[in-house]
Design a protein around this ligand. Sequence first.
Ligand code: DC
Length: 217
Amino acid sequence: MSAPFIIIAIDGGAASGKSSSSRILAERFNLLHVDTGSFYRHITSELLRRNIPHTDLAAIKAELPKLDFSTRLNGRSAQMLIALQPAGDEIRDQRVNEHVAHYAAVPEVREKLIGYQRDQVNVAKQHGFRGLVMEGRDIGSKIFPAADFRFFMFADPVERAKRRAAEGRQDAIGQRDTIDRHRLDASAQGAIAVDSTYLTLEQVVDQMASLIRAKLE
Ligand code: DC
């Protein structure tokens, strides 16, 4: 019998360590890596490009049905295409950093992404992955509440700001966290908490991997 398909949900704030951990877990367990923050970033970049401000809900609602999503693989990661176009590097720039939490707070934007995110299971299966690891803010609470593993990552804000600076990136972490917080709180319920403040990336991943292995074997 083939091994069961596994779903790992990892939620956490900006620079909490979820992206690096997800990538390594994807590698270790042959999983599709799905960074849902990059989906929100791509939509933000696209709506900004189309001159649709986050305050104009009517315009957002009118535009969303026109955004045609598809997926292609970039290594082990799922890359969202909008009208067959991948996101550019600008999705990590300051402009998108400043706007993304506002667009992500629009219920219609979130609704539009629910089905697309869940459909990544099919993408993973089609490409022969053993499962998927999806990172975001509401994955364990909303997208996959019955995931095999639900992790909630956090780290001290000072440490998180240092990590972004070390990456040479500016990010309004505190500001985004304030807007995103209510979704994160929901994610924390019943999830396995991982505090990465005083741990190296390797230690964090080893901790998560041993829990996963214990349940799989
Ligand atoms: O993980 P990130 O910092 O790249 O996420 C970018 C923004 O998208 C962040 O402000 C919160 C939002 N987001 C969300 O609301 N829900 C998710 N599942 C993922 C990201």
